[in-house]
Write a protein that binds this ligand. Structure first.
Ligand code: PNS
Length: 156
């Protein structure tokens, strides 16, 4: 049985993340969407809220569950018995950043990374920009699900 982990900060999850979940859920027997800590990012939502948003997001997928981790991603993968990490790639800049992490993760534990190219209609969406646009009063309703949009408006 193939088990994969789709890790991210998900602060908040976007429709781009949902697209990757949809495609990875079709490609693997089991998918764990896991919230981790990117030390370089300021977070708007706390861990529990991000887990709640992700739980709502993956509700339609019977083979997807939510997890969270604080240490190394590869340690989490090993503990969960997952041999593959799934990442979405939006651009060459993503590729440069993600390639290095993928190679480090594989060297450390043998856990491999599978990249899914982001759908073109989502390629410009990022959680960071969604937060900034929303903070400054812009309309982000097409970048996130309605449930996440409501939370964003209630949190800012
Ligand atoms: O939302 P992001 O920024 O793409 O998520 C990045 C994340 C959390 C997946 C990444 O920072 C990560 O794997 N953090 C866990 C710590 C870790 O394993 N660091 C070594 C990476 S080679």
């Amino acid at each position: 049985m193939s088990r994969a982990v789709f890790p991210g900060t998900f602060d908040p999850p976007t429709v781009g993340h949902l697209d990757i979940v949809t495609r990875a859920a079709a490609a693997f027997d089991e998918l764990i969407v896991a919230t981790g800590v990117n030390q370089s990012k300021n977070r708007l939502f706390g861990p529990q809220e991000r887990i709640e948003m992700l739980t709502e997001l993956v509700e339609p997928f019977p083979n997807v569950r939510i997890g969270s981790f604080e240490g190394l991603l590869v340690d989490y993968c090993r503990a969960e018995g997952a041999g593959v990490i799934v990442k979405g790639l939006r651009s060459a800049a993503d590729y440069d950043y993600e390639l290095q992490m993928a190679q480090l993760n594989r060297r450390m534990t043998g856990v491999d990374t599978v990249f899914l190219p982001t759908a073109p209609e989502h390629a410009f969406i990022s959680s960071s920009w969604v937060k900034e646009i929303a903070r400054l009063g812009g309309d982000v309703s097409t970048f996130v699900t309605p449930a996440v949009h409501t939370r964003l408006l209630n949190t800012l």
